[in-house]
Design a protein around this ligand. Sequence first.
Ligand code: NAD
Length: 357
Amino acid sequence: MYKIAVLPGDGIGPEVIREAVKIVRRVAEIFHLGFELKEAPVGGASIDQFGTPLTDEALKLARDSDCVLLGAVGGPKWEKVEYEKRPEQALLTLRRELGAFANLRPARVYPGLLEASPLKKEVAEGTDLVVVRELTGGIYFGKPKGIEREAGGEERAFNTEVYSTSEIKRIAVKAFDLARRRRRKVTSVDKANILESSILWRRVVSEVGKSYPDVKLEHLYVDNCAMQLVSNPRQFDVILTTNLFGDILSDEAAVVTGSIGMLPSASLGNHHAIYEPVHGSAPDIAGQNKANPLAAILSAAMMLESTFQLYDVAREVEKAVETVLGEGYRTADLHRPGTKLVGCLEMGSLVEGHIRK
Ligand code: NAD
């Protein structure tokens, strides 16, 4: 029995998660799998009910489950809540408590959605990459950090980029394992011509790479990678990088696909994982059956692959998404003349109907 904690959250979160759950149930039925899905409020929904964005019960549910399937949190209603109690705190707490150190963000340009990319068709076409970002170390957490006033009265601010061998090793292993299930190429991104932390990064990644002789490893400086992502994104398979560089590069890679409603993500630890669409709670379209559920559905596919190792089942879900897009169905965010406009619920049902054994 696979245990999933379902945390729909706010805004369009519950709408897109309802469709993702529909797919999980369909897959269970067709492939004779047992999933135990238990739901809890998170973010603003939890603040409204319990006065806190993440209750101990919800956290316990997440800890006792194999993984979390999360919608999105936040919205104007909770913007004035004090910082420590904001909906977003739930995500930070969950990532920390579940030890999620590896963030995976696939960026794929679907054949039917080429026109959504801001890049030229011939550049964007065929893009299919994953950014593997280290999530719990580096400059965002390194110490010392602070803002000091110097003797002359001038202020001085500083942060520390710090990585240990074990931190680099465990994220590198995730990237190489992933590459083995894909096109067997890892591009490690650093700034080893300037930063000592990058020199160690490059050395440890190269060392880990020796255990994966079947995976091609290349190293790229971050400035070069930023350029290559928009000039030749097709060359990439798995991009492995630090917290800071990954933050920036994963957004750059995402924009190449041109559609926020299509982007899934995974945050992996050693024993737990969180799967969630990249987009937020989209209050502007919440409750109108307009949201694109495909990012949430593709997040569920990542869950089937990464946590439950149901590779063929995950492929089936992805294929169903491709088929529905190929047939011309689009939610409002991707609707163009000549395509067929459907709502969130209908899009979920179309994908559901295309899942086959
Ligand atoms: P957003 O991603 O919610 O929305 C940005 C734009 O994209 C909006 O116009 C929205 O309608 C559209 N959009 C997003 N997802 C869509 C989908 N699935 N289908 C169709 N259109 C979609 O970002 P925002 O407006 O900056 O933030 C809204 C709220 O969400 C804020 O409270 C923010 O803090 C929160 N947020 C949460 C997360 C998360 O839970 N992981 C991430 C980002 C933002």
